[in-house]
Design a protein around this ligand. Structure first.
Ligand code: CP
Length: 300
């Protein structure tokens, strides 16, 4: 079993992963991967949280992470994804990969004999969505009907994985962004088959009944050439104290980080009492462990 897309997991699968995370959190049972497990962490793009949280999670599960920076591997000299996958899966028990193109991740998965985990591609960020919803679950009284706003670049990989995970769990999703920025139609339609996703252009209209407000960078990795135009387009979608004044008093704020203080979010909100961003970031390691344990139990 692989985790390439948030659509690979059913509601039951997600709840089982959350159950493993609860068990780890309770600290009563020592969980570990099978003896001598090694995990290839193949990163083609920068990462702080995902790379380090997976590496620490693997070490804490009595296993060995092997970090491969694509720029210093033979991938940088043209070795194919398929050949890389054949080799890595003959040495390691899992491949965790952050790649520019989702199609490259699919090629890795097709040629791997071990489970492959998406650590972010241009299309999705499923392990992030799991950490996010585990965090939301610990604050929401019930997931069903809980409304989450994703504000800003609603075409991004994070928005895609969030809307799939939200709707599977019975939460409602509001995507709030400028008219020039269209959500991925295929993923939006799929998420709408599972539950409620509304698209708004007005931040004021979309946000007022949301329980959680989520934002992300206005300039994703690989979009640096368009940075100035994107900052201008998304500027009206900044999460700041004025917007928090329109939102529910009980609304909580999420951000997958890294944050660009003063762009998509102001420091007073990011560090304020309604922010659960740092708890969300901590949960990435917990969910990395839970995903590895879940896949190891379901990939025999
Ligand atoms: N949220 C996230 O994926 O962070 P990194 O890019 O630092 O891994």
């Amino acid at each position: 079993m692989n985790l390439l897309s948030s659509d690979d997991l059913t509601k039951d699968n997600i709840n089982k992963i959350f159950g493993i995370a609860d068990t780890i959190n309770a600290g009563k049972e020592a969980l570990s991967l099978k003896e001598h497990t090694t995990v290839a962490l193949l990163f083609q793009k920068p990462s702080t949280r995902t790379k380090v949280s997976f590496a620490s999670a693997i070490a804490q599960l009595d296993s060995t992470p092997i970090v491969i920076d694509a720029q210093t591997s033979q991938m940088s000299r043209g070795e194919t994804m398929a050949d890389t996958a054949r080799m890595l899966s003959s040495y390691c028990d899992f491949i965790v990969a952050r790649l520019n193109k989702h199609t490259d991740l699919l090629e890795i998965a097709q040629n791997s004999t071990v489970p492959v985990i998406n650590a972010l591609t241009d299309l999705e960020h499923p392990t992030q969505a799991l950490a996010d919803f585990y965090t939301i679950r610990s604050h929401a009284k019930v997931m069903k009907g809980t409304k989450i706003a994703f504000v800003g670049d609603i075409a991004t990989n994070t928005a895609n994985s969030l809307m799939l995970t939200a709707t599977k769990l019975g939460a409602k999703m509001a995507l709030i962004g400028p008219k020039e920025c269209k959500p991925n139609a295929k993923i939006l339609n799929r998420a709408k088959e599972y539950g409620s996703v509304e698209v708004y252009q007005s931040l004021e209209d979309g946000i007022d009944d949301c329980d959680f407000i989520y934002t992300d960078t206005f300039v994703s990795m690989g979009e640096e050439a368009e940075a100035e135009a994107r900052r201008k387009m998304f500027a009206p979608y900044q999460i700041n104290s004025k917007i928090m004044g329109i939102a529910k008093e009980s609304a909580l704020v999420l951000h997958c980080l890294p944050a660009h203080r003063g762009e998509e979010i102001t420091s007073d909100v990011l560090d304020g009492k309604q922010s659960i961003v740092w708890e969300q970031a901590r949960n990435k390691m917990l969910l990395a462990k839970a995903v590895l344990l879940y896949l190891s139990q379901n990939s025999q």
